[in-house]
Write a protein that binds this ligand. Structure first.
Ligand code: ATP
Ligand code: MG
Length: 619
């Protein structure tokens, strides 16, 4: 071997380091924008050319860098953000290593121009191939402007790994969005090849999000989220907000109707830093487990804030992973908070994505489609109005009938349940008017018309009831007067013999009659007998395939969903008004009743206003 051990030259050291820190233009953009935030900027402008490879410039109005510190800023291990291990362990800034600018200076032509509040004018340095020039005066307003030209011009091997301009731009755009989402209190803009892509004003923010210091609140977050992810996201989402001990979780979690086939709408921030984390992903996935098809991905923008010393940010070269000191506790906190937000029964005053004045901060493009109506819990005045409406209607109907000399009971109007006259409990989903095409229930509440997908709603109710019953040890069984016997595969018969206990828990009493015959002697009380056979066979198959213990634990929800699907009312099944009202009341009491087990909405509201608009009334 001709080589002996030697120290590498600085430029090469930095180029090697850059390979980790600056993978592509988007990573440089992230570092530059984070530096601007660390410098206290309230306005950050990004200009890109050629996907950020040709030119990447970030300008801010932060505190700036003094002339004598300009060369230092470009040197490796030079930082103003930490001075000791102690500082590192409680770092609250985005940067802390003093590596980013040095890495960029090693792999691009870098220009750095800056001016502090004390300077009469700005100063500029340039770095090419690691050589830093002397500072020269520049016309620069207070703040810093950094530009990178021809990324990887001096390391062709790496440059080859860059993708097309449009792909690199797409990565930059994503980076930009993440950072812009994290700080609604800061104005951001992005231009690519001279075209303005984003222009995001700062939101006025009274209540601080912990990581923003002065200034964010939920409404500010909402405006920024709506600007970046589109109003559909805000409309399909519930607000998440909880503070416990020294943890805080805020943001929006989309209901399943907005789910994605990719993970592209998952934004999770820890102390303002966008991160991907296994613990958090797992907790959030679990929070959605019950309402989201397994091939769909939940969508959310969530900010977890916690004392910096409880999370290690120094575990990944791009600072995009963290390690929680109490990962178990974080998992629990995330899981419970998001699950509760998603499943709040309608009568709870679920946290509303609304500003203090009660108006939704997220503009809604489809006002007629609002699966989770704001302020669904009526106040007393609304209750009176509902009642008065009923009173007049019933009176009118009575008169009509008398006029026509009819004696049969009113079919299409049901009185509010006793105690009459005023229902003690408000009924957010109102009272049934009738059934449409055997599929939908039409109901009336104080705001207008409610349309319910009968099968989907019933399925969810049965499913939740089955879950609750199984949680209480076993599902109640109803003995059949005449046992149902049916043909079964020998394997099914064997399963019946082996899994008696599990079957009992699930509310089934099955007995082998012959090697190919089974008798069903009892079945779950809440299920219908018509599909008993198919259901029993499916349950047996599940028990056989996964084993009783897995079927009752990990697979429990799938198993119960199958049962619920067989048990719930089919389309084209006529329901009486009383039955419909009973269904509406049950929906109000049921957790997660806003979606069926497959994540489709179960109901929506058309307000009188929506209807008036359709008919151009009052115009
Ligand atoms: N936009 C800016 N405004 C003011 N000062 C800046 C700006 N960008 C960088 N600096 C200064 O230059 C120093 C070096 O920046 P650099 O990004 O290389 O390291 P860092 O941010 O300290 O740590 P990290 O490598 O983790 O990003 C910073 O510590 C900061 O003092
Ligand atoms: Mg930095």
């Amino acid at each position: 071997m001709p080589h002996s051990i030697r120290l590498l030259p600085d430029l090469l050291i930095n180029q090697i380091a850059a390979g980790e820190v600056i993978e592509r233009p988007a990573s440089a953009l992230k570092e530059l924008m984070e530096n601007s935030l660390d410098a206290g900027a309230t306005d950050i402008a990004v200009q890109l050319e050629g996907g950020g490879v040709k030119l990447l410039r970030v300008r801010d109005n932060g505190k700036g860098i003094a002339k004598n510190e300009l060369p230092l800023a470009l040197m490796r291990h030079a930082t103003s953000k930490i001075a000791s291990l102690d500082d590192l362990q409680r770092v609250a800034s985005m940067g802390f290593r003093g590596e980013a600018l040095a890495s960029m200076a090693a792999v691009a032509q870098l220009g750095l121009s800056s001016r502090t509040a004390e300077d009469a004018h700005g100063w500029k340095v340039e770095a090419i191939d690691g050589h830093i020039s002397e500072p020269i005066p520049s016309s620069q307003p207070q703040g810093t402007s950094i530009e990178l030209r021809e990324l990887y011009f001096n390391t062709p091997a790496r440059r080859k790994f860059l993708k097309s301009d449009s792909t690199e731009f797409a990565h930059c755009d994503e980076t930009f969005k993440r950072i812009a989402l994290s700080r609604p209190d800061v104005a951001f803009s992005l231009q690519h090849n001279g075209k303005t892509i984003w222009q995001l004003p700062a939101a006025p923010l009274p209540n601080p999000l912990p990581h923003t210091g002065e200034g964010a609140n939920v409404s500010g977050i909402l405006e920024r989220i709506a600007a970046i992810l589109g109003p559909e996201f805000g409309e399909a989402a519930v607000a998440v907000e909880r503070r416990a001990a020294n943890l805080s979780l805020q943001g929006l979690a989309a209901l399943p109707a907005y789910s994605r086939s990719t993970r592209d709408a998952q934004y999770f921030f820890v102390n303002g830093r966008f991160i991907r984390d296994k613990v958090a992903s797992h907790a959030l996935r679990q929070a959605y487990q019950d309402i989201l098809h397994h091939q769909r991905h939940p969508a959310f923008v969530l900010f977890l804030d916690m004392p910096p010393e409880q999370v290690d940010v120094n575990v990944h070269p791009a600072k995009s992973e963290v390690r929680f000191r109490e990962s178990q506790g974080i998992h629990q906190f995330l899981f419970h908070t998001v699950q509760e937000a998603l499943s709040a029964p309608m009568k709870d005053s679920a946290p509303q994505p609304a500003a203090a004045n009660g108006e939704s901060a997220v503009p809604s493009p489809h006002p007629a489609y609002t699966p989770r109506q704001q302020g669904i819990a009526f106040d007393a005045a609304q209750r009176q109005a509902t009642y008065r409406l009923w009173e007049t209607q019933t009176a009118e109907k009575g008169e009509e009938r008398r006029e026509k000399g009819k004696t049969e009971p009113a079919f299409d109007v049901t009185l509010p349940p006793s105690p009459f006259p005023l229902p003690a409990v408000e009924h957010p989903l109102g009272y049934a008017l009738g059934q449409l095409s055997g599929v939908y229930i039409l109901a009336q509440n104080a705001q207008g018309l409610i349309v319910v997908d009968m099968h989907a709603a019933h399925e969810r109710i049965v499913y939740e009831r089955l879950k609750a019953a199984l949680d209480n040890e076993r599902i109640a069984a109803q003995p059949l007067l005449i046992p149902v016997s049916f043909y079964a595969e020998p394997l099914d018969v064997a399963t019946v013999e082996a899994e008696q206990e599990a079957l009992h828990k699930l509310g089934f009493d099955l007995a082998p009659l012959s090697p190919t015959q089974l008798a069903l002697r009892a079945m779950p009380t809440m299920l219908k007998q018509s599909e008993a056979e198919t259901m029993a066979l499916e349950v047996l198959r599940e028990l056989r395939e996964y084993g009783a213990s897995r079927a009752l634990t990990e697979r429990r929800n799938e198993l119960l969903a199958t049962m619920a699907c067989h048990a719930s009312v089919r389309a084209n099944h006529a329901l009486s008004i009383t039955e419909m009202n009973a269904l509406l009341r049950e929906m109000e009491q049921t957790e997660r009743a806003d979606q069926c087990n497959h994540g489709r909405p179960t109901w929506f509201q058309m307000t009188m206003g929506d209807l008036d608009k359709m008919f151009m009334r009052g115009k």
